[in-house]
Design a protein around this ligand. Sequence first.
Ligand code: MEV
Length: 440
Amino acid sequence: MTIKTINGFSKLSKQEKINWLSKTYLSGNTQASNLLSLYWHEDSERQKRHDEFIENALSNFFLPFAVAPNFKIDGRIFAIPMVIEESSVVAAASNAAKFWLERGGFKTEIVSTIKSGQIHLNYPGEAQSLIKFFETHKKQLISSVDELSQSMVKRGGGLIDLTLANESESLSDYYYIDARFNTADAMGANYINSCLETIAENFRILASDFDGFGPNEQPEVVMSILSNFVPECLVRVTVSCPVSELAQEGLSGKEFAHKFVRAVDIAQTNPLRAVTHNKGIMNGVDAVVLATGNDFRAVEAGVHAYACRDGHYKSLSKAKVNQDHFEFSIELPLALGTVGGLTKLHPMVGVAMSILQEPSAEELMKIVATAGLAQNFAAVRSLVTTGIQKGHMKMHLLNLLSQYNADESTKIAAVEHFKSNSISARSVAEFVASHQKNDH
Ligand code: MEV
């Protein structure tokens, strides 16, 4: 069947959109289209709020909202909200929190909180002329955002500086203006982009009046946009304890520390391992970023760029033993906000922020990085002791049982049975089939 395109889809009502989808793509499959409306919130005002987040919204897509309690961060005890679909992540975070609770907890430090954006230029003339123009008008360009920055400045943020970079050796005629910002408790994407566009417009006007550029050598603004690479918006989190306190799973503290440090060193060296190692970190990071209504794509992009900032993709965490003391730490670039964006719009984000005691952006950076380090600790600890599957499959059992349509009594029997039997998709399928057959 050839499918016809549609004009004006966005103008249709929600039900009309679903009807069109059902007719066009779902062969009238009412089960699928009914599910879309089944997942609407019964309170239409609440539903409207969610619909307005994005365009062409048809329904809601649920992800579980959980908390991992007992996190001691700089002496304060937190329950960390996590939104994630993967079983065993929250359990792992909670276990790591408990483990470090008894060993002094997580210690954090904000390294810096600067974000940047760039105005990308095309300029075919002499570098010296552009430099002269920029230096002459820099103050004016900076003050062009004064009005826009008023409330940001009141909150302690604002535009810090502008510099001109010459990249014409890497790409012909390419220069950019680098703008550095502090955005206080906002993630700041809208503020930064508005500032950049204002500066770019002023740049264009001033440049057209500048008589130092040769004929056909006017600098052209190609685009203005913030950077999601935020190596100067950095938080550090550390856990440490005497090696003797690490004994577990039949390993002495020394043996465990040796294997653990080795595993992290491998992730520092081998990108094949580093990507998975960092994925484990992002299990914790993304879950808190999502729960707190922040932009997880921006965080992901920035974190992975940071992981290969010296041209070699490597582990975001480090581990060492120094004079019988084990130390495990992480440094993460995190552009987060606790005001603006979705933070005040999504009711569940409000709940998450309340659970976290209304953190500032810096406090949220510390909490998110702690979740990442905890997750990484739990994953590497499993990897170097029992292996990852034992715990993971235990947590995944309920999903497998649902997948094989197990009824409640089968689920209860299965949980008991698999306490002492190994879990695999096949063994669970067989158990469900035989249990439900015997039951009927
Ligand atoms: C699974 O979601 C994450 C891990 O693969 C992380 C790791 O290997 O370190 C367990």
